[in-house]
Design a protein around this ligand. Structure first.
Ligand code: ADP
Length: 263
């Protein structure tokens, strides 16, 4: 047994000699546990809306059969629950696709500035609904990079959407900014999304990119979140050899930065 877990040792006599084979069971056991947790989480997340829908269908078939007002209301709830399941399945497919491609180097030449402008334009209606302004910095001239355009779009829209969704009271500004920096291992791009919202308690920060991890699961569900957004973001950034840095102060706001090597 070693410091980081139990290792199994197989002793096989080979003629006069003995062969010792070491197997690291701690890592295997951990992966197996993670897989089981994931399956349990997915089942739970799918079952919740499904149970609600079955309940409403039964009510509509029985007690509320002739009640037109109840019917309208229940159908509305059922449509929302079905959309929730749809979003979850969509994100699960995204996650598995991103995981499968993680070792494939992205080869398109992508203009990150143009992508950031598109992501901001796409989310403008959602932001306006909450009276939030999206400000862009460093996105006027092209910023070229080898990347997967669809995946980068997903990262940008996810971070901006979260900033609007969780990070912003009415009147607040979300800033998406691109800047060049000199990192310890060469030039890099920092693409950051800052908000002036509720912020995140330090204890949650290390776990934020775990699948289905939410600070407040009721709120996340209410806002249509699946809990998979940042897990997907993390995989995409790692495929691009980058890093995700989350800085946040409770009550002041958060900054999510993607650091991408420029070589
Ligand atoms: P969700 O689908 O719940 O939005 P994410 O993976 O995108 O899932 O985010 C995980 C959790 O991180 C959210 O439920 C929320 O609690 C927290 N979070 C993400 N972005 C922000 C932000 N900008 N400000 C505050 N909390 C955030």
């Amino acid at each position: 047994e070693t410091q980081d877990g139990v290792h199994e040792v197989t002793v096989t006599p080979v003629g006069e000699r003995v062969v010792l084979a070491f197997e690291d069971h701690s890592a295997l056991a951990q992966m197996d546990q993670m897989r089981r947790d994931f399956v349990a989480n997915v089942s739970h997340e799918l079952r919740t809306p499904l149970t609600a829908m079955i309940g409403f269908i039964e009510t509509l078939q029985g007690p509320a059969k002739e009640d037109t007002r109840a019917r309208e209301r229940f159908l509305g709830i059922m449509a929302r629950e079905a959309e929730r399941m749809n979003r979850l399945v969509r994100d699960l497919l995204h996650l598995s696709r991103v995981e499968a491609e993680e070792r494939v180097r992205p080869s398109d030449e992508v203009d990150l500035a143009a992508l950031t402008r598109s992501a901001a334009a796409m989310l403008k209606p959602v932001a306006e609904e909450g009276r939030v302004t999206i400000r862009l910095e460093g996105t006027d001239t092209p910023v070229l990079l080898r990347a997967d355009s669809d995946q980068m779009m997903q990262v940008l829209s996810n971070l901006i959407e979260n900033a609007v969704k969780y990070g912003s009271p009415p009147g607040a500004t979300v800033t998406a900014r691109i800047a060049r920096e000199n990192g310890p291992r060469g030039p890099l791009l920092r693409l950051s999304v800052s908000d002036q919202g509720e912020g995140i308690d330090a204890q949650h920060l290390p776990r934020l990119t775990e699948r289905f991890y939410r600070v407040d699961s009721h709120r996340s569900r209410e806002k249509g979140g699946t809990g998979l957004g940042l897990a997907i973001v993390k995989h995409i950034i790692s495929r691009h050899r980058g890093r995700l840095i989350i800085e946040s102060e409770k009550g002041k706001g958060s900054r999510f930065s993607m650091l991408l090597p420029l070589d």
